[in-house]
Design a protein around this ligand. Structure first.
Ligand SMILES: [Zn+2]
Length: 431
């Protein structure tokens, strides 16, 4: 067990410092403030301003990833989708799923959680393919990992099946098992949409089932470049028909990508309706930018991704997720929240020096996952920090910084990539 740290001087974003501490000054132009933290018994005991400590390392609190897929991660090498197309990803995913086993999911999930923990994540929500032969083994493996990692990384699980499945007796039985294990109901609501009335009926049945079991919903909605915003509209139409207050389970729309293809006025109307029903959105830029917007070998100027600023301005809770990590849907990713933040800055115009640029990685996903701590540093909060080898946001954006992650006042072992890779070390000494 590593020795506990008693005092630490770091530069924290003011947005991650107790808003009730009016004696602490506002942040500088970059929204940050050097502070001296006194730590004891795994908690922050005291926070004092440290105006002389300009240049102290930039620090965040451990981050939260609201959307991943642990059952299929790290499968790209064996099941690549070099076309980068949605149909190609689906076909490779089907082949990979045929070979998925308890052992494979255990191995992938263990590696993912270990990396996530060392990189500075404290909670993940993972969707789990829950139809087909591998479903039962995947749930068994991920529930075992959820238990094994419960004091280090909180893992939430969402059952991912076609929405129609929840209207079948098998779907209802699965929903009861998911509810008993503390999970959520998921599904896919995206193009191609049926022209019959089946989609609204199936959605109604799913909402009723979630309400009856009292468990949350997290749907893959509008992950595509056509039928802009149709899935969101279908869901909102069903929510409009419910008696006010009759459904109190949390609802999340993951992706919501094609909403951005609508004219701005229509985007804002959907955003207002989402806010009105307290539906949250998880934006997933890496998979969206990789798979969507391909046009006959060219890149469309329209890149479907959740219209984050429009949603935030309407008051929708928006979090970010890494989504696919080295699987047929996206070859990159590594469960590193700082890499996701660095990617989101140019892709989504998210500026980490603003509250709205930082909250989608910290407090908003913490709220979506129902975590007991919102990630804001207050006296008495966990002594949990991600301390960076960077003194400014510009340094963080210039290169992926080395970091040390503290949990309960003690430093964790280093993250992957923090030492010289043996493949490079073996090339000989530096001159
Ligand atoms: Zn996903």
């Amino acid at each position: 067990m590593a020795a506990a740290v008693a005092e630490l001087c770091v530069t924290l974003p003011r947005a991650l410092l107790d808003p009730c501490r009016l004696d602490l000054p506002p942040g500088d132009a970059d929204g940050v403030l050097p502070v001296q933290l006194k730590l004891a018994a795994g908690q922050v005991q005291q926070i004092r301003p440290a105006p002389q400590a300009v240049g102290a390392p930039l620090a965040l609190t451990p981050l939260v990833d609201a959307h991943v897929h642990l059952d299929k991660c790290f499968s790209w090498t064996a099941h690549p989708n070099r076309s980068g197309s949605m149909p190609g990803a689906l076909a490779a995913n089907r082949l990979e799923a045929e070979q998925r086993s308890l052992e494979l999911v255990l191995e992938r999930g263990e590696r993912a959680l270990d990396q996530a923990w060392r990189y500075g994540l404290r909670a993940l929500r993972s969707h789990v393919d829950s139809g087909g032969a591998a479903a039962e083994a995947s749930w068994e493996a991920l529930l075992a990992l959820q238990h094994r990692w419960r004091d280090r990384v909180e893992l939430q699980l969402v059952a991912l099946v076609p929405v129609a499945h929840w209207s079948t007796p098998e779907g209802v039985a699965l929903a009861r098992r998911v509810a008993a294990s503390g999970g959520l109901l998921g599904g896919v609501l995206g193009p191609p949409f049926s022209t019959s009335r089946s989609d609204p009926q199936q959605l109604r049945a799913l909402l009723a089932l979630a309400g009856e079991l009292g468990i949350g919903l997290d749907l893959h909605v509008d992950e595509g470049g056509s039928s802009a915003g149709r899935g969101i509209s279908l869901l909102l139409d069903q929510l409009d028909q419910l008696k006010p207050g009759s459904l109190s389970v949390p609802i999340t729309c993951s992706h919501s990508s094609s909403q951005k293809l609508l004219p701005e006025r229509a985007q804002r109307q959907l955003a207002d309706r989402l806010a009105g029903h307290s539906v949250a959105v998880v934006a997933l830029p890496s998979t969206n930018f990789w798979l969507l917007g391909r046009r006959h070998g060219l890149t469309s100027p329209l890149r479907p991704v959740a219209p984050l600023r429009v949603l935030q301005q309407a008051g929708v809770a928006v979090a970010l997720g890494g989504d696919n990590v080295q699987d047929p849907w996206f070859p990159g990713g590594d469960f590193d929240p700082l890499e996701l933040l660095r990617l989101a800055v140019p892709l989504l115009h998210l500026a980490p020096w603003s509250r709205q640029g930082l909250m989608p990685f910290t407090s908003v996903p913490a709220r979506l996952l129902g975590l007991p701590w919102d990630g804001v540093v207050r006296e008495g909060c966990p002594a949990d920090l991600v301390v960076l080898a960077a003194s400014s946001w510009a340094e963080l954006l210039a290169r992926s910084p080395q970091r040390r992650v503290m949990r309960a006042g003690a430093w964790l072992p280093p993250a992957p990539g923090q030492q010289v890779d043996p493949r490079l070390a073996s090339l000989g000494a530096w001159s």
